[in-house]
Design a protein around this ligand. Structure first.
Ligand code: ZN
Length: 172
């Protein structure tokens, strides 16, 4: 998760919402990606999607039942769906996303009995670190957009730190 947080910081430095994801097989890192939605002008360029593509290419297979994915934020419906498609074994994430999380918060795409694959989920790992990173990013964006921080500035909660345009997915 420390690696994922480092990757998320690279996203923030490039102007993207800080979300990072790491894939691990048998204790070895096999992939590392960050949110690149703004950078690539691609609505699907979330860290998790890029990660699954990268790892599948590298391993030469799209079925990834031996893979654990570490994310700095709860995946959205698109990414959670892709994880089910890839049949990943386990998902570990830091911050829950009450506005669009699909691993238990708003939807539970990763653990739906009707689907042909269910994923073990662990949440809350290094949550405070990831939260602080997101808050810092949105504080900076808000400061840049408004020129100065208004009366709402300085919020520390993830929710209030979101951009005012109310974009649903945290990854962008
Ligand atoms: Zn996503």
């Amino acid at each position: 998760m420390h690696l994922a947080l480092k990757e998320a910081q690279a996203a923030a430095d490039a102007g993207d919402v800080p979300v990072g994801a790491v894939a691990v097989v048998d204790g070895a890192v096999v992939g590392l990606q960050r949110n690149r939605k703004e950078e690539l002008n691609d609505p699907t360029a979330h860290a998790e999607i890029l990660l699954l593509r990268d790892v599948s290419q590298r391993l030469g297979r799209w079925r990834l039942p031996d893979v654990t994915v570490y994310c700095t934020m709860e995946p959205c419906a698109m990414c959670a769906g892709a994880m089910v498609q890839a049949r990943i074994a386990r998902l570990v994430y830091a911050v829950p996303d009450p506005r669009g999380g699909a691993a238990g918060s708003v939807f539970n795409v990763v653990d739906t009995p009707e689907l042909n694959h269910r994923i073990d989920v662990v949440q809350g790992v290094l949550m405070e670190d990831a939260k602080a990173q997101l808050s810092a990013f949105f504080r900076r964006v808000r400061g840049r957009n408004s020129g100065t921080l208004d009366g709402r500035g300085g919020a520390s909660q993830l929710d209030s730190a979101r951009p005012s345009d109310g974009e649903g997915c945290p990854s962008g």
